[in-house]
Write a protein that binds this ligand. Structure first.
Ligand code: BJW
Length: 232
């Protein structure tokens, strides 16, 4: 790590677990309590927008009570240290919480969107959003009703910033995945892309992910402990 200058770090729900944010696929995680088909697809939203809004309103409200943990702060510190020695950290986050930003990270590519933003399906305007959404919410830009949705990426939708992620990876001399199960593509495919570029690939997780065998270095434990240790 000390010799790397351009690092791409992919984060998943596990990096926020020690802040009290639920993960998706761990025992008791979000997908054990809610059906993906009922809350996290465009079809679900067309069928029953109030149910989908209820799911995301609950999670958005929950963000007000959580704080970044030592892993988020360590990554923000690493970004500043790399910048000071002429390098760059690109933080590719699958998380829709805003804990990386609140910890001080700046170069964040939020590939699955943001809970604290709303998207108008008619005019594609994205606005910061901290209140509840409902099927009646009007777009503050075009005035349309019934078109506002959480600005998150559902199954079957194309994640954000894919070109920027590919460019950052092409210039990286190290790839790191933190707290992600490796179950969801295209994020789960980044380690294979990184390996094809012959750069070191590090997994930091509570336990081996689905992709663990693809990494050249692995460290297991809670993100709030393992990440600061790795950054030191
Ligand atoms: C800790 C810890 C601690 C715990 N410390 N660690 C068949 C094959 C291949 C692909 C597909 C396929 N069928 C369908 C697809 C595509 C589909 C997909 O991948 N499906 C799979 C299920 C198979 N993907 C898509 O649809 C994506 N779009 C797409 O493919 O578009 C086509 C396209 C792509 C590219 C170019 C052109 C076209 C979109 C995926 C959208 C995912 N959306 C969600 C919801 C976001 C909104 C919301 O929050 O509700 O994103 S699903 C959910 O999973 C969320 C997460 O970002 C994502 C990944 O989850 P994550 O972060 O890995 O969490 P967990 O819970 O899975 O894992 C937690 C990890 O933390 C674990 O490893 C724990 O061990 C660890 N952990 N505590 C450290 N304290």
């Amino acid at each position: 790590m000390q010799s790397a200058k351009n690092i791409v770090i992919l984060t998943g729900a596990g990096v926020s677990a020690d802040s009290g944010v639920a993960t998706f696929r761990d025992a008791g995680g979000i997908w054990a309590q809610y059906s993906i088909e009922e809350v996290a697809t465009p079809d679900a939203f067309s069928r029953d927008p109030e149910k989908v809004h209820g799911f995301y309103n609950m999670r958005r409200a929950g963000l007000a009570g959580v704080e970044p943990n030592a892993a988020h702060f360590a990554l923000a510190r690493l970004e500043r240290e790399l910048a000071a020695r002429g390098g760059r950290l690109t933080l590719v986050s699958q998380n829709v919480d805003d804990l990386h930003r609140r910890a001080g990270s700046e170069n964040i590519l939020a590939m699955h969107g943001a809970l604290a933003e709303a998207l108008c399906q008619f005019c594609r305007h994205v606005v910061p959003w901290t209140e509840d959404l409902s099927a009646e919410t009007q777009c503050p830009d075009c005035g349309s009703a019934r078109g506002m949705r959480p600005n998150v990426v559902w199954f079957g939708e194309v994640p954000h910033h894919l070109d920027a992620i590919a460019m950052a990876l092409a210039e990286a001399d190290m790839f790191v995945a933190i707290g992600t199960s490796g179950a969801v593509y295209p994020a789960a495919g980044l380690v294979a892309e990184a390996r094809s570029l012959h750069i070191p690939c590090v997994e930091l997780n509570l336990e081996p992910s689905d992709n663990a065998r693809l990494f050249t270095d692995r460290r297991y434990g809670k993100a709030s402990e393992v990440v600061p240790e790795w950054v030191e």
